[in-house]
Design a protein around this ligand. Sequence first.
Ligand SMILES: [Fe+2]
Length: 346
Amino acid sequence: MSSTQTETVTETVSPLAKFSTPKDLVDFSGMTFGDWRDEFHKNGCVVFKGVITPEKAQYYREKQLKWLHNFELGFDENDESTWTAEHLPVSFKGGMYFAYGSPHESMAWEARTEPAVMEIFEKLWGTKELLSSFDGMNISLPRRKDLEWSPWPHCDQNPAREGMQAVQGLLNYAPNGPKDGGLMLMKGSAKLFEEFFSTPREFYAHEDAPPPEMKYMDLFLFSPSDLKWFEDRSCEMIKVDMEPGDFVLWDSRTMHYACLPEGNQIRHVQYICMTPKKFVTEDQLKLKQDCFNKWIGTTHWPHCNIRPAAEPPMRNGKVCPKNRTEPFEKPELTKDVLRLAGVEAY
Ligand SMILES: [Fe+2]
């Protein structure tokens, strides 16, 4: 990211404006559908088996490995001694990639526009007119010796927002069992979001907590006693085990975090979120279009909280010499891509 690009991609609305309730927000409570949506609205999460074939999942795994090789930092998936930060592009939480134009790599847009993936979001929201997040991917190497890690249970919707305003999903590419790290979810916690936050709550001072000025973010970090509050109300922290090609969807109010893998398997995931286009404001849409045109990633949120990931990745206190401002492989600009990116009308 050049400094000029950073300057031109800025927020045009006040932070508080973000918390207005979107037009046409649906309250799903009390509704029944006779399909997976019932489980989703009850538990705040649902797993879909075989959304893409195992062969397609392998294709995406290979694409992700190729992406790591493209940086020419000496990474070799067959040589564990290279599974360290110096041989990898800069990531967040030991494997989440948001920089280097990665949210706009062809493989990311191919995954977002997989017909079965789009169908999930279309059915959930009851509309085909959706926006996609410009979200990252996760490539986590097991048994990293250079990483310190502790669980960081959080939710990705600000307590000031009413109702279910966003959902999150991930398309899983590699076998993912109990020892392979992955997604932890507090089943049932989304439904208790309002009740929990009806009492003033302290943002937990986790070592990775964002600075206080970031209070307008859609993030809340839970303390161990908060976890107990949910467990006392029959919620259960579960590890989502998945096979290649499975997809998991969760309500952004659900408490969750990602575990690092401890077994032998590399974790390969693409985060994918979609919400109705009618939720977006003109200002946020413009900002989103600007991000797309400059290959910049944002957050899990497709229609608001468009915080451009415009800061360059930092390595040892300096901008990573491998920083780049466009994908290695640009996406084919299909109608689906352009519409989901918000740059073409439905
Ligand atoms: Fe999250």
